[in-house]
Design a protein around this ligand. Sequence first.
Ligand code: NAD
Ligand code: UFG
Length: 335
Amino acid sequence: ILVTGGCGYIGSHTTLALMAAGHEPVLLDNLCNSKQAVLGRIEAITGRAPRFYHADVRDQARLEQVLRDEQIEAVIHFAALKAVGESTRIPLDYYENNLTGTLVLLRAMKACNVRTLVFSSSATVYGDPASVPIREHFPRSATNPYGRSKLIIEQVLEDLQAAEPDWSMTLLRYFNPVGAHESGTMGEDPQGIPNNLMPFLTQVAIGRRERLSIFGNDYPTVDGTGVRDYIHVMDLAEGHVKALEHCHGKGGVHTYNLGTGKGYSVLQMVAAFSRACGHELPYHIDARRPGDIAECWADPAKAEQELGWQATRDLTSMCADSWRWQSSNPTGYEE
Ligand code: NAD
Ligand code: UFG
């Protein structure tokens, strides 16, 4: 299985789940947002290092060589730029990397007769949903270049599958991935100031940041702060394995929400993380962040019924595992 973006946060954890299930992942990453040191951590956990190519998904010749040399049967495509705010400042970079990267990958797969793709989509394609929980048939929209890149790629995959029905396209729409591998040796390692709530919280807890800014407390939610469906990254990783095993070789477009079906507010997250790290976390209420929605959580029933997958790890383990990773690796993968 070729795993593009395999050194990143979700890709590296999915690599563990693939290996645990007896698959043979081959990683490809240009390391623009990750570190090669993750490979040693994977080896320490699994007893073997996956094969790794330091390459860009926009390099079609290199991709074709890897697909052939490694006799790849399916691709899980994580490689992308993913920061919403940054995407509004440098949209061309986002379209170039995410769209061109996917188009080049599809061309290479076609040339090498590999027809199974699992794509990292996002709950962001639902825009501001009319109601929650969100089901897969809800209308799609985008409010920023990052989200639009995901939406356009979904449509490209649908168009290609309609034209060439032997393609198996699986669109996995992730809700909010958090947590880390239970060992505490692998986790999320954002560069610079974290955009997302959980890594920001862990950095406040470890003393790298002074306090959390809560973006708005006047939303129509349980306590006024934004509500999201946080999902443990290992549950998400196992969802990829189930989706791959179910959809491999089955022509069609297969779309699944990967979430828990439960929503927690920012204040509930702060409280849960304080319990995990054993002390209070300083925060203040700030203005709403442009583009944020009030609440968002999944109806994960389709994945449960068709893939036999459901998230099993609760908020306490999400926080405990994030904290174990952050507290034993205060500067991430840096040696
Ligand atoms: P990440 O940045 O940790 O991982 C992405 C990896 O892709 C990185 O290792 C990066 O170096 C690599 N990469 C980027 N462009 C590349 C290119 N052109 N060629 C080769 N490698 C390249 O991000 P993540 O959180 O692991 O996200 C993985 C995927 O899941 C992304 O597609 C992201 O958009 C999607 N997603 C993430 C979230 C989230 O909140 N983390 C939510 C929904 C969807
Ligand atoms: N939040 C804060 N302070 C922070 C960071 C976040 O209050 O410093 C709040 C946000 O306002 C929101 C909640 O915490 O209410 C979660 O915010 P995140 O940035 O962690 O996550 P989002 O739901 O905004 O977006 C994430 C990814 C998107 C993806 C989406 C759905 O960043 O790429 O989940 O999967 F599309």
